[in-house]
Ligand binder design. Structure first.
Ligand SMILES: *[C@@H]1O[C@H](CO)[C@@H](O)[C@H](O)[C@H]1NC(C)=O
Ligand SMILES: *[C@@H]1O[C@H](CO)[C@@H](O)[C@H](O)[C@H]1NC(C)=O
Ligand SMILES: *[C@@H]1O[C@H](CO)[C@@H](O)[C@H](O)[C@H]1NC(C)=O
Ligand SMILES: *[C@@H]1O[C@H](CO)[C@@H](O)[C@H](O)[C@H]1NC(C)=O
Ligand SMILES: *[C@@H]1O[C@H](CO)[C@@H](O)[C@H](O)[C@H]1NC(C)=O
Ligand SMILES: *[C@@H]1O[C@H](CO)[C@@H](O)[C@H](O)[C@H]1NC(C)=O
Ligand SMILES: *[C@@H]1O[C@H](CO)[C@@H](O)[C@H](O)[C@H]1NC(C)=O
Ligand SMILES: *[C@@H]1O[C@H](CO)[C@@H](O)[C@H](O)[C@H]1NC(C)=O
Ligand SMILES: *[C@@H]1O[C@H](CO)[C@@H](O)[C@H](O)[C@H]1NC(C)=O
Ligand SMILES: *[C@@H]1O[C@H](CO)[C@@H](O)[C@H](O)[C@H]1NC(C)=O
Ligand SMILES: *[C@@H]1O[C@H](CO)[C@@H](O)[C@H](O)[C@H]1NC(C)=O
Length: 614
């Protein structure tokens, strides 16, 4: 409290003060003797002395940290003379415009120096030579030129911030003495060219930020000595090209930012060897040509930003090698479709941005697991159909942006707070999706090809039209991850001699009629599962040829199709499958289900045999 009052008094007197003032409030913070000083020195006198209120165990000669406020045109020599063991000095926003008189020559312990947001225009030769600086901030000044003499002897320097000094001229030896530098920030310095040997001695550099300059090209070998570089920021550089070998030797790169340039050709070899690169942005290179080969080496990718990159088609060959993908942004391109399996290897994906494209249909089969998805941007597309599993699998969804589409128009960041309400707003998308017949061919696989069906919204039967020699399988399941689907319907097994219904892998119904299938003429079946009773009809028949009351009833969310391997015959099946809502079912099936419903309500026994065709 006393310290605060003293600072307030000092600041109040500052406004009135005509004579210079240099006052230090001493205080121990985290066991370090610290000086918060107020300086008022508009004439830039060098003959000031520091006055102070001593604190226990903390006098001027014990000070290790100092932070200034006020106004001064220079750094009075009193600072280092009276604070001889100073390690950290912060003099931001004080109006300092010169460092003449070698003010740091007696700060032999100085490790950290912040001179951000002042008015420095030059750094005198050997200005920091007597220090042991590890961190130097000169950003937001008016420095116009720097060379190696400015940074002479700074062999301990690890962090250097020169950003926002514009225009800054750098000669080829500027950084020659900074052999331990790890972080170099030089964004927005109005730099128009980078000398090819500028970074040659920076073998320890981890992070380089040259964004916001105007360098138009990256000369070959510019970065070739930066063997330990992890972060490279070349955003907003007016780049029109980047040579294929530009980052060939920077194989430790984790993060690369090339956004807001005008790179037209991304050479397919640019990212060769970038096995560690996890964060890449090429956004806003809006005249780019990008091919999927560019991304082939990027097996560690987690965050990939390709917004406004002139992309007009994508498929699995772009992203299949990226199992760790967490964030993908493909907004503002001209992508009309997300083909099935495009992102199926990305099982940890959290954020998908496909806004501002021309997508019309969206299927969960384009993605892998959606259990971690919390942000989905699809606004400003032309979506008129969407698979409901896109939403029902996205159990963590928070931000759902469907604005300006055909079948939906809402945006929310609170999807999880009212899932039922928002899911209802997507019903038209789901209905449109589920109304589209599925035309596929299955060949020789033990794995079912799964499709969605919304039983809870009344989609409780299928019209299955199939052309096959024998043995086609239709499964019903609540989840696609079950190894053994709870219900399987096998038609024309055993060379087209028998058909079966199985529950949990056990045969529960057998039909011995032959030639249920024909490889040249399609046969059409109706399969229903209302009230937990599975019935299989031939289309136009009045009675089912197979029926079974499911023992352990479950909500049918998926159906699967497959044709198994058999040794000597054609195991291809061509299918057309239409999902049907209750009210559209065949009259025959509806009649039977109505009868069953009445019996259930009256508690009467249900004898399925009675309904069967014999
Ligand atoms: C400091 O120097 C200025 C100008 O040289 C002078 O006017 C002022 O009196 C000096 N102050 C002290 C305390 O010596
Ligand atoms: C000052 O230093 C002495 C001796 O190291 C110690 O006992 C005492 O607690 C310190 N006082 C404060 C305020 O840190
Ligand atoms: C960038 O440099 C080019 C020439 O090298 C110049 O034509 C252009 O105006 C500069 N752009 C900016 C934003 O300074
Ligand atoms: C990569 O480094 C090697 C030497 O380590 C050098 O010969 C080669 O030219 C460098 N390649 C590029 C593209 O800079
Ligand atoms: C991109 O190309 C178009 C013509 O294809 C041109 O009008 C536009 O200026 C280019 N954009 C940039 C940033 O060069
Ligand atoms: C994927 O897209 C690339 C071009 O973007 C195309 O060359 C390739 O044939 C496509 N692959 C598939 C399987 O469609
Ligand atoms: C889509 O485009 C609109 C209009 O140009 C823009 O306001 C919006 O920010 C864009 N959204 C994304 C995610 O790119
Ligand atoms: C969901 O949102 C709707 C509309 O804002 C509101 O009427 C309803 O009460 C909300 N339900 C819950 C459970 O918050
Ligand atoms: C069918 O699959 C089996 C087992 O995967 C395989 O051995 C066989 O070659 C396949 N036959 C055809 C015609 O693809
Ligand atoms: C599926 O539908 C298409 C188009 O109506 C038709 O040409 C084809 O024969 C059908 N296939 C089967 C197996 O029904
Ligand atoms: C399959 O259909 C074709 C054409 O309709 C017919 O000629 C043939 O007899 C059928 N085969 C069987 C086994 O029913």
């Amino acid at each position: 409290m006393i310290q605060r009052i003293l600072i307030l008094i000092s600041l109040a007197s500052l406004a009135l003060a005509q004579s210079p003032l240099f006052y230090c409030n001493l205080v121990i913070i985290e066991e370090r003797c610290t000086c918060n000083f107020v300086i008022y020195n508009p004439a830039g006198f060098n003959n000031l002395t520091i006055t102070a209120n001593p604190a226990e165990n903390c006098t001027l000669s014990d000070v290790v940290d100092a932070t200034g406020s006020g106004l001064t045109l220079n750094v009075p020599s009193a600072l280092c003379n009276q604070l001889p063991i100073l390690e950290e000095l912060r003099m931001d926003k004080l109006g300092v415009n010169n460092l003449v008189g070698n003010p740091f020559r007696n700060c032999n312990n100085l490790k950290k120096l912040h001179l951000s947001d002042n008015s420095l225009s030059a750094i005198p030769a050997y200005a920091f030579s007597n220090t042991i600086l590890e961190s130097l901030k000169l950003n937001q000044n008016k420095i116009t030129s720097i060379n190696s003499v400015s940074f002479d002897n700074l062999v301990h320097l690890e962090f250097l911030d020169l950003s926002n000094n514009s225009p800054l001229a750098l000669v080829d030896d500027t950084f020659d003495h900074l052999e331990n530098l790890k972080f170099l920030h030089m964004s927005s310095c109005g730099i128009t060219s980078l000398h090819p040997r500028l970074f040659d001695n920076l073998g320890e550099l981890r992070e380089l930020d040259t964004s916001g300059n105007n360098v138009t090209t990256v000369v070959a070998n510019l970065f070739s000595s930066l063997k330990k570089l992890e972060i490279l920021n070349l955003a907003n550089c007016g780049l029109t090209g980047i040579t294929a070998s530009a980052i060939q030797n920077n194989t430790e790169l984790l993060k690369l930012n090339l956004e807001n340039n005008n790179i037209k050709n991304f050479n397919a070899e640019l990212f060769n060897g970038q096995q560690k690169l996890a964060d890449l942005s090429l956004a806003n290179n809006n005249n780019a040509t990008i091919t999927p080969q560019l991304f082939t080496p990027l097996t560690s990718m987690q965050r990939l930003i390709l917004s406004n990159c002139n992309i007009n088609a994508i498929n699995g060959s772009w992203f299949v090698q990226m199992p760790n993908l967490v964030e993908i942004d493909l907004s503002k391109n001209r992508i009309p479709a997300i083909p099935e399996n495009t992102f199926s290897s990305a099982n940890a994906i959290e954020s998908i941005n496909l806004a501002n494209n021309s997508i019309t249909i969206l299927s969960s089969r384009s993605f892998g697991s959606l259990h971690n998805l919390h942000s989905l941007h699809l606004e400003n597309n032309a979506i008129n159909q969407a698979d409901h599993h896109l939403i029902s699998h996205s159990t963590e969804l928070q931000a759902a942006y469907f604005g300006n589409n055909i079948c939906a128009n809402f945006n929310t960041d609170e999807f999880s707070l009212n899932r039922t309400f928002y899911t209802e707003l997507l019903k038209e998308c789901f209905d449109n999706f589920d109304s589209i017949p599925i035309a596929i061919t299955t060949i020789n696989s033990t794995i079912y090809d799964w499709y969605s069906v919304r039983t809870n919204d009344g989609w409780d039967s299928l019209e299955v039209s199939v052309r096959a020699y024998e043995n086609v399988h239709i499964a019903l399941s609540n989840s696609i991850n079950t190894v053994e689907p709870p219900i399987e319907i096998k038609i024309g097994e055993d060379r087209n001699r028998r058909s079966h219904i199985l529950e949990q892998g056990e045969i529960v119904f057998t039909d011995n009629v032959r030639d249920r299938l024909n490889r040249t003429a399609e046969r059409t079946f109706i399969i229903g599962w209302r009230f937990g009773i599975v019935m299989v009809f031939r289309k136009l028949d009045q009675l089912p040829f197979m029926a079974h009351a499911i023992e352990n009833d479950f909500p049918v969310n998926f159906f699967g199709l497959r044709t198994l391997f058999t040794d000597d015959v054609d195991m291809t099946a061509k299918w057309n499958v239409t999902r049907i809502q209750r009210e559209l079912q065949s009259m025959a099936m509806t009649k039977i289900y109505q009868d069953i419903e009445i019996r259930r309500k009256r508690g009467m026994p249900i004898d399925l045999q009675k309904y069967l065709r014999n």
